[in-house]
Design a protein around this ligand. Structure first.
Ligand code: PBG
Length: 325
């Protein structure tokens, strides 16, 4: 009898109770954030073809969806809006009675302090060219003019009831300018979620259907290059110095290494966004019976937490919360 193993890691895998006892990653519904879409001028909630199970909401159905999420234990709601009219400068974004502030008022009124109400501060839902900012005469995205608009938008969102504004545009200086504008407006309590390492990703494809964004060109001059990791630390240092309360890595699955790196260095909580294309990839594969949907969803969420996310934005938030709860 030689070479019987002395070390048997399988001992701790033997029963569900043993596995639960030593599990290194916990999944808690309070860390989940559900992104929600609302569209101006529609009479009925409308399915998004490339995101099966996700809807463009009306104001009343948005309210209902927010309630349902909170009842399931979801910790936050991130609201995106599609305006009826888009133009070159995204004017509808700066209307205090525009669709996004209106939606935020409804959601804030519905959920109170039972969940964190978040808003997307970006122009791509509002511009007819689909870029995240306004364009300079030469056609490039004008950083500083865009940042001024983000700051004004953030104030409108805070006044409408957002507890936290999400700066997703990847413009330089957006956090500092927004913090200053919020403070000037007496909104020093409103938190800033900075999209710190947001990559120029193919996985945003279905989202562009959800917000009807017909992008001309690409976002390579402002979103990060997928080949870079260390640059995320530079963005992190800037966002922290500018006053970000939370930082985000996006997308999640293809960037788990970046998430780990950011989580190791951040002095503020770290969020990760499991984006539309990650959702669609699992849904489409599962619909063909090629993977076990429930297990795949749980596994991706676990991976994102394990890589270091304190907060996870996911279109599966409600279903995952129900399963955890
Ligand atoms: C920009 C924004 C995008 C997403 C969230 N905020 C799109 C983009 O940068 O092109 C994508 C989210 C997703 O794909 O689920 N407002």
């Amino acid at each position: 009898m030689t070479d019987r193993p002395t070390h048997r890691p399988r001992r701790l895998r033997r029963t569900p109770a043993l596995r639960d006892l030593v599990a290194g990653t916990d999944r808690h519904p309070g860390h989940l954030v559900l992104p929600l879409f609302v569209k101006e001028g529609i009479a009925e909630p409308t399915p998004i073809t490339t995101m099966p199970g996700v809807l463009q909401h009306t104001l009343p159905s948005l309210r209902k969806a927010a309630r349902e999420a909170v009842d399931a234990g979801v910790g936050g709601l991130m609201v995106f809006a599609v305006p009826e009219r888009k133009d070159a400068v995204g004017s509808a974004a700066l209307d205090a009675d525009g669709i996004l502030p209106r939606a935020l008022r409804e959601v804030a009124d519905e959920v109170g302090d039972a969940a964190v109400v978040m808003s997307d501060v970006c122009l791509d839902e509002f511009t007819d060219h689909g870029h995240c900012g306004v364009l300079a005469p030469d056609g490039r995205v004008d950083n500083d003019a865009t940042v001024e608009r983000y700051a004004a938008m953030a104030v409108l969102h805070a006044e409408a009831g957002a507890h936290c504004v999400g700066l997703s545009g990847m413009m330089d200086g957006q956090v500092a300018a927004t913090r200053a504008a919020l403070d000037r407006a007496g909104r020093e309590e409103t938190a800033i979620l900075a999209y710190t390492a947001k990559y120029a990703s193919a996985f945003y494809g279905p989202f562009r259907d959800a917000v009807e964004c017909d992008l001309r060109g690409d976002r390579a001059t402002y979103q990060m290059d997928p080949r870079n990791r260390t640059e995320a630390l530079r963005e992190l240092a800037l966002d922290e110095a500018e006053g970000a309360d939370l930082v985000m890595v996006k997308p999640a699955l293809c960037y788990l290494d970046v998430l780990r790196t950011v989580a190791d260095h951040a002095r503020v909580p770290v969020a990760a966004y499991q984006v539309s294309g990650e959702y669609a990839m699992v849904e489409a594969t599962a619909a063909r019976g090629w993977i076990d949907r429930e297990r795949a969803v749980a596994e991706t969420l676990t991976a994102v937490r394990r890589a270091g996310a304190d907060v996870v934005l996911t279109y599966w938030a409600v279903e995952a919360a129900r399963r955890m709860g």
